[in-house]
Every structure is written in C-alpha cells, then in structure tokens.
Design a protein around this ligand. Structure first.
Ligand code: PHE
Ligand code: ZN
Length: 866
C-alpha cells in the first residue's frame, strides 16, 4: 500500500491523540462582518488574541482554501513579510501577549460543493463548521478547545435574503440605501468555532414559545421555505418535548432567549447543534402524513431532540479535541434514545436501537475500519463520525447508567455538567465525574474506550440435580482489530434470569459483572434445569454465544418477560434455522412458524412489538453470523422461509391486514404500531405467493392516506415481478417528482429492493434525470441504500462494486465527505469468497489510483485494503 499511495497522492499526515498540546494562543473574543452574496462574500474578522502561557510561538490561524487580502495587527496593516501561509494556515509572529488581529477574505459560496464552510443551498446561504469548516470561512485557531465570544454582523440584499440569523441573540438591525440590509447577533456563551453558524435567505417561520422551569420565556423558531411551513408541526412538538424532558430528567434548562432551527436541502449529515441556531438536513424537520413515514416522524423527533440536547452535552461542555468526539456524541445519542423511548415504547425503541447497532456498528468493529470509541489517530476527522463513536459510545454510557442505577447516574451527570460547564473536556473527565458523582469504580471499565472490537461472551449452564444448583460459566474474548493485536478482558454487565420451564417464571433479574476472561456464577434452588435468559435489555454491546436448544429459544420467544430478550430469542431461533439452511443442513422451519403463530395470538402484546418480533433477520445480519458470507445462499434460504411463513399463516396475515386498517390517520404510538403490523402482514402475504398478493399491495398503495402504508406497499411490490410493480413506481414518481425528499424514497425503494435485477435498476437510476451527485440525500438514497442491500450489491459479476466505486470517484471531486462514507461496504472483502474479494479489492485500488483523491477517501480506501 505505502508505495501505491506515494505514486498517486502524498500520504495524508496522521494526527495522534498523544500529540495533544494546549493552544498557544487564546481568542476570548471575535467580531465577524459578512458582506453576503452567493457569488462573492467578504468576511472581515477581528480576533482579540492572548498568549497562553510563557512561550515564543507564533500565532497560527488555520485556513483552508482562503487567502488573506488584508492582515492587520492592532489596527495597522502588517507587512507581507511578517506573516506567511503554511499548509493553508496564516502564521503571524506577535510581539506582545495580547493583540487585535484582523483579516479580510473573499469566498464564493455558490461554488462550494463540499457543503463545508459557507455554502448556498436552494437559494439560502448557510454554514457548516463541524469539524473543521470554520477555517474555510476565516483564519482562526480551528480546534474545539479555543472558546470565544462571537459578535456577528451580516449585510445582504434585502429582497433575496430578508432573514439574517446567527448564533445567540439578535442585537440590532437596519436598512441601507442600496437595497441591502444588516443584522447583528451576539452570543454571550463562549464557544468553539465549530459551533458558529449563520443563515441568510427568504425563510418563513413557525414561531412558538417555551417557558423554562425557572420561568424564562424562550422564543422558538423553525425556519423553512414558505411552502414547507405546514410540515414543521411535528418538529416543533418534538422541540418543546425535548426542552421539558431535559429539565425533568437531567435538570438542564435552555440558556438563551431564542432558539432557532433552519432546514436546508443540501447537508452532509443529519443536523448540526450550532449554539442557538441548529441547522438541519430538511429530512429531519419536515413531516406530514402525505410524505413522511412513521420512521421519518420518529427520525425527526429523535434528531430534533439530539441537537437540542447537545446544548448541554456538547455546547456548554464541549470537547477538548476531536479524539473526544464520543464525549458529546455518545452521551447525546444515549440521551436522545431515552427521550424517544419515553415518548413512545421503551421495548420497541430498544429493539430498534440494537438493530441499528448491529447493522452499522458491529460490521465496522469487525472490519478494517474498526477503531476505539476514543480513537488514537486519524487522517481526516470527518471519517470518524461513525457508528462506533455515536452508537457504541451511547452503549458505554448506558452500561455506566445500568451499573450506577438511576439516582447515582443522575448525581454523576450533575457533577459532570457542574464541574466542566464552560470547558472543553475529555472522555476521561466524564468517566471521572461518574466515579466521583455516582460513587463507582470504573477502573477496568475504561477499557471500553480504548479497545476496539465487539466482545464475545460464551455462556453455558451446568445443572447439578444432586445439589439442585446451577453454575453459569461465562467466557469472554475480544478479537484483534487494526493496531490492537492483543486485548485485555473487559468489565461486561450482563442482566440474567433463570426461567423455570414449567411455570415460565424466574426469581428475579440479576446483574452480573463479568470481569475475568472466564468466570462462573452459582445459583441454588433448581431441582430441574432452568432456561437461561441473558443480556436482557441488551445490557452490554456484545455477541452472546450459548448452547441453548431451539426448544429453549422457542420457550423464551413465548415467555420471556424482558421484551428485548424475547425478541432476541426469536431472532436467534430464526438465525439458527436460516444458517442451517444456508449450509444445506436440516432446519426446523416449523419451529419458526409455530413461534410466530404464538406471538400473533398473544393479545397482551403491543402490535409494534409483535411486528418487530416476527420480522426475519436481514440478509446482512445473517451474513454477519457466517465466517464466509454467501449472499446467494442467504437470499435463497431467507426467501424460502419467508414463503413458508407466508403460506402456513396465510389466513392470519389476511386477517391482520384487513383488521388493522384505520379509519382516521393518527401518529399516536397505537396507530403507528397498527401500521407496522399491517405492513408486516402485507409483506408475508406477498411472500406467500398468493395470486392476489400484488393486487392487495396495489390496493394498499392506492388507498393509503399516509406514506407509511404507501411506501411499504411500494416496497413489497418492488421486490417482485408484476404489472402492479411498474404501475406503482410510475404513479409514485409522477406524484412526487417535484418533492425532493419524497422522490428520494422512490430511488431508495428500488435500491433496497430484493428484485433479481436491482443492480441493473440502480445502474439505470444513476443516469436518471433526477439523479444528482450535488445532493447528499439523493446519493445516499440510491448508492447508500444499494450498498446496504447485500444480495444486490454483492452480485457475483462485481457490477455492484464497480457502480459504487464509479460514484465514489465522481463524487470525490465535488464532496469528499459524502464520497468517503460510501467506501466502507467495499472494505468488507475479507468476509467474502475469493472471487468477490478480489473484485472488491480491485475497485478500492482503482479508487486509490485516482489523481487528486481527497484525504477523506484516501484514508477510507487505503485502510479498507488492509
Ligand atoms: N454534530 C452533528 C450531530 O451529531 C453531526 C455533524 C457532524 C453534522 C459534522 C455536520 C457535520 O449532531
Ligand atoms: Zn450529535
């Protein structure tokens, strides 16, 4: 690899956590003046800088793609020989300990296709600064441990940009003679520059208020283009619920007089927590029944909460350096997960969160891009906004909360916020505050931050009828990951219960903490062998291996009183059958059919939970259970089991489908649950091969008064061959071709489809007139979805790999961040047969040979070859 890199691009330099040094210069205050225009924006910055400690280092102001048109110190122009540029940064030698440094730069927002810094989107001007975008706006020490008070003055054409927003509070505004106007905003809270934001545009506002626990009134605004205003109600409700929840659960109030959210169409991630001015990918703000599914509604609620919660976990207490990213992201995901659980169903939310963890984080943790929750090094920080930092990071906080219990966890969180308010902190600071505030010893637990990889725990029960006791033997192992060949045992909290198979009861749930490589735990009072329920609630993010029989799993799938464990037993039952079938071994499909039938007839269950439990594991999850993934065999086995379930329980699917049709649309948890179960029934009914399947799906597609049922019907049809398939796709396109977010669903549904020609469909869609590389949502809808579709993407011809590599190469020239996020699926080659593996490697090599490849894609593709 090393020589290959040197022939193409200079190898990007590696940043190491151990190289951290506190900043040489601080910037207590910054004054910014923007003369805004999409074609040419002028940015004047005035930084008050102070020397930090006794040293004679120059002032280093990061810059990326900007040149200083003026440099002044203390009001006087400095001669060009007292400053220079070094790797984009402005280096300035300063005589004293405190100065006023002023620079002027020019930007062209309308040609900023990276969507980092100041850019244009749908007639708006907006900013994105995390992680290192501020240096594309002005010269500044672009690191999160430099905290400043910001004053921002914006001037722009009043007709095109009537609304001018920035962080903090609006201070003043006025009109100019030439049709332009200006506004000044001031943010009283010192913040790192990654939290800076401004927005200018013709926006309409959904305005509301929130009265905080201490009685302050906060003005809330959700800013969108006028025609989208009717789609902002759900986001506003979510915002107010989030504000109340953070007061109730964490005792944290909002701290400014205004809180604004702006929705933009072109955005690299989900949303951004800029202080007082969150900027969102419009897909996480806009929702109405016509265009948004229940999953979209939940996404809006969760992301609005996530960004709002960052005001404390991220903004008031920020990160010392980017190696600490999980300090804010892991904790904030944990907070938004619990909020969403409180708004809906705890059981279903936990299942969904674990499904996401297993689909995104487990594969990452077992592949070439595996990294610890607190990484040791990176080339490009944008590549580290990963499922490991976010979702595994959240699991770490969840384990601490479980070990501490709710009261002590709250005491730890209080201490953390109080101790570090206004500071840039580390993951270690968080753990220390938890130890001090909650009274825990997290010595060994710290390994969770250091060691990458998913631990495996082998659990076996040994019953002794003479002493009427059982011994639970637990053995843990942690596979090697890049740079970490040898691992130490971790502290793994496992909730367990031992079921009496006759009474279907247990003597209570126990929390065991496994700390050694091998440990055994004794339990008495068992005349007959109990059935093991383990990792209840998914108490630890590990892979459990047990020798439980299919009968034991069927028992737990019917009787476990922990909803996650019940779901998990069913999943394991299904996995065992499917893996056996995949490898040509005999498989008891009847056991799965019976377990599903039992679940469907348990009327005490929440329909949303039933829909989760009866769902077959995805093809990708099945692949993860095999040493060598066999996409075709997995697909065949899963389709066959689906058909069997469809046929054997056909009358039940028909009854459920007919019986769950609502007369009035609602987004209540009960209504959402009914739709989820109804869609699952439709899916199995179609899988049964019943001749009226396509007609029933088409009827649902046509009659639905909501997108949840319409899209599910479209997805069901898209998997098969029928006249209804083509008709529904045409109707959907014609109905939504002017609505970008909804048209994304048309691309995504086809890319996710289990139709045998999906790879060819995707190739054609990439040439469709509505496909564009300029919009990240559209790229993800087509290529993100396609590369997550195991059977289609891993087509043995390699055409799937080639298409994705083509997309990466083309997109890298416009938007390296989004291009780099398409690389990881190609890096899973070690898990596949030699033929596929060499095709995947060839595409990675072809990408790396591309002249001028970005640091982002270079890092991901070169690591993926290892
Ligand atoms: N900090 C954002 C969040 O998780 C994510 C983000 C990162 C957005 C980088 C844009 C750019 O809430
Ligand atoms: Zn976040």
């Amino acid at each position: 690899m090393a020589d290959m890199l040197s022939t193409t691009t200079a190898a990007p330099s590696v940043i190491r956590r151990s190289d951290y040094r506190s900043p040489d210069w601080l910037v207590p205050h910054i004054d910014l003046e923007f003369d805004l225009d999409p074609a040419l924006t002028r940015v004047r910055a005035q930084l008050s800088v102070t020397r930090n400690g006794g040293h004679d280092h120059p002032l280093r102001l990061d810059g990326d793609g900007i040149v200083p048109l003026e440099v002044m110190v203390d009001g006087r122009p400095v001669s060009p020989d007292s400053w220079h540029l070094e790797a984009g940064a402005l280096i300035l030698t300063l005589p004293g300990d405190a100065h006023l440094v002023e620079t002027l730069v020019e930007l062209v927002p309308e040609s900023n296709s990276k969507l980092m810094g100041l850019y244009a989107s749908g007639g708006l001007l907006c900013t994105q600064c995390e992680a290192e975008g501020f240096r594309r706006i002005t010269f500044f020490p672009d690191r999160p441990d430099v905290l400043s008070r910001y004053s921002v003055r914006m001037t722009a054409d009043k007709a095109r940009f009537p609304i001018l927003l920035a962080n903090g509070d609006p201070i003043d505004r006025g009109d100019l003679d030439d049709g332009r106007h200006w506004a000044v905003w001031h943010d009283p809270f010192p913040k790192p520059c990654y939290l800076f934001a401004l927005v200018a545009g013709d926006l309409a506002c959904n305005a509301d208020q929130f009265v905080t626990a201490s009685g302050r009134t906060v003005q809330l605004g959700i800013w969108v283009k006028e025609s989208d205003l009717p789609r902002t109600g759900h986001a506003m409700t979510a915002l107010k619920n989030s504000m109340a929840w953070d007061e109730r659960v964490y005792g944290r109030e909002y701290d400014l007089d205004v809180f604004n959210i702006v929705a933009v169409a072109d955005f690299n991630f989900g949303a951004m927590e800029n202080k007082g001015l969150n900027i969102f990918n419009s897909r996480y703000i806009l929702a109405d029944p016509e265009t948004a599914t229940d999953i979209d509604y939940d996404g809006v609620e969760g992301v609005v909460a996530h960004e709002y919660f960052h005001n404390w976990s991220g903004n008031r207490v920020t990160c010392r350096d980017w190696f600490q990213l999980s300090l804010k992201e892991g904790f904030t995901v944990f907070r938004d997960q619990n909020f969403s659980a409180d708004m809906g169903s705890h059981a279903v939310k936990r299942i969904e969160d674990v499904r996401v963890l297993r689909a995104a984080q487990f594969p990452e943790d077992s592949g070439p891009l595996a990294h610890p929750v607190r990484p040791e090094s990176y080339m490009e920080i944008s590549n580290f906004y990963t499922a490991t930092i976010y979702n595994k990071g959240a699991e770490l906080i969840r384990m601490i909360a479980l070990i501490a219990g709710p009261e002590r966890f709250r005491a730890g969180a209080d201490l953390y916020f109080d101790r570090h308010d206004g500071e840039a902190a580390t993951c270690e600071d968080f753990v220390q505050a938890m130890e001090d505030g909650a009274g825990l010893d997290l010595g060994q637990f710290r390994l969770w931050y250091e060691q990458a990889g998913t631990p495996r725990v082998q659990a076996s029960l040994i019953h002794d009828p003479v002493t009427e006791s059982v011994e639970l033997v637990l053995e843990q192992s942690l596979p090697p990951t890049p740079g970490q060949p040898v691992k130490q045992p971790m502290a793994i909290p496992l909730r367990v219960a031992l079921f009496n198979p006759v009474t279907a009861t247990h003597h209570g749930d126990e929390l065991l903490i496994l700390t050694d490589a091998r440990e055994s735990f004794a339990f008495s009072g068992f005349a007959t062998p109990p059935i093991l329920s383990i990792n209840r609630g998914f108490s630890a993010p590990v892979i459990i291996q047990t020798d439980r029989s299919q009968a034991d799993l069927a028992f737990l799938s019917a009787h476990d009183d922990d909803p996650f464990a019940r779901y998990e037993a069913m999943q394991q039952l299904m996995v065992n059958v499917l893996i056996a079938r995949t490898s040509g071994r005999p498989a008891d499909e009847q056991a799965v059919v019976d377990a599903i039938r039992y679940t469907l007839t348990d009327t005490a269950l929440d329909p949303a939970f039933v829909a989760e439990v009866i769902r077959l594991p995805s093809e990708a999850y099945l692949g993860d259970q095999m040493t060598r993934v066999e996409p075709d065999a997995i697909h065949t086995a899963r389709e066959a089991l689906q058909t069997r379930i469809g046929v054997d329980l056909e009358h039940m699917w028909r009854d459920i489908h007919a019986g769950t049709k609502a007369n009035i649309f609602s987004t209540s948890p009960a209504a959402k649950g009914a739709r989820k179960l109804r869609n699952a029934a439709l899916h199995y009914l179609a899988a049964s091969g019943a001749s009226d399947g396509p007609a029933i799906a088409f009827a649902q597609f046509s009659e639905a008064d909501n997108m949840t049922e319409r899209q599910a019907a479209l997805g069901t049809l898209a998997n098969g061959h029928s006249a209804e398939r083509d008709a529904a796709l045409d109707i959907f396109y014609n109905r939504y071709c002017d609505d970008a977010l909804t048209l994304d669903k048309w691309f995504q549904t086809q890319a996710f489809s289990l139709h045998p020609d999906t790879a060819d469909h995707v190739a054609a869609l990439a040439l469709h007139k509505d496909f564009t590389l300029a919009n990240p949502n559209r790229v993800r809808a087509l290529f993100g979805a396609f590369s997550a579709n195991q059977w289609a993407f891993h087509h043995r011809s390699g055409k799937g790999y080639r298409m994705v590599a083509d997309c990466i190469i083309a997109l890298d020239k416009l938007n390296p961040q989004t291009a780099a996020r398409l690389v990881p699926p190609l890096g899973r080659w070690k898990r596949f047969d030699e033929g596929r593996a060499s095709l995947m490697r060839a595409e990675l090599q072809r990408i790396l040979a591309e002249p001028g490849l970005s640091k982002d894609v270079t890092e991901q593709a070169s690591k993926s070859l290892n």
